[in-house]
Design a protein around this ligand. Sequence first.
Ligand SMILES: [Cu+2]
Length: 170
Amino acid sequence: MTNQSKIWIVVIISLAVGWVIGNYVIPIPGPQPTLTVPTVTAPEPVLEPPVSEKNRIQVTDTGFVPATLRIRAGESVTFVSKATAPVWPAGNPHPSHDAYPSQAYTLAGDQAKSFGSKACVEYGARKGDVFDPCRLLLPNQTFTFQFTEEGNWSFHNHVRPEHAGTIIVE
Ligand SMILES: [Cu+2]
């Protein structure tokens, strides 16, 4: 065997041994590198609460809280039922609920009287913008109404009309 052949054999064996070590020898685990994750604090989203959240009136078993609320024209008021019994916040007068809006209702009829709320039957059912949910509110249910007309708009609980309040729209 020539020296050149010996060199080639040594080279080939070295490569083979290196390949085996590189692929089959289980590496001894060293200390895990500590990764420092930078703490990124997301900015708090600035959410403007809906106007109806700001102007909130609770309807309770003993009355409205607050009973008087001052708002600007165009703002909405949300009535939220916190009573144990169904409630019905609606605009005065009881039982027609038709003082707001101030424009006169054009329809009249005995059918309205049978429903209790003239506003719902003659106006709200068609236009949807009377100060009246036209339904009972169960606990935690809400009724949101937008006031576009300035004025003092009194309201009551249709189920217990002695519970009353006023929305002052400026
Ligand atoms: Cu009423």
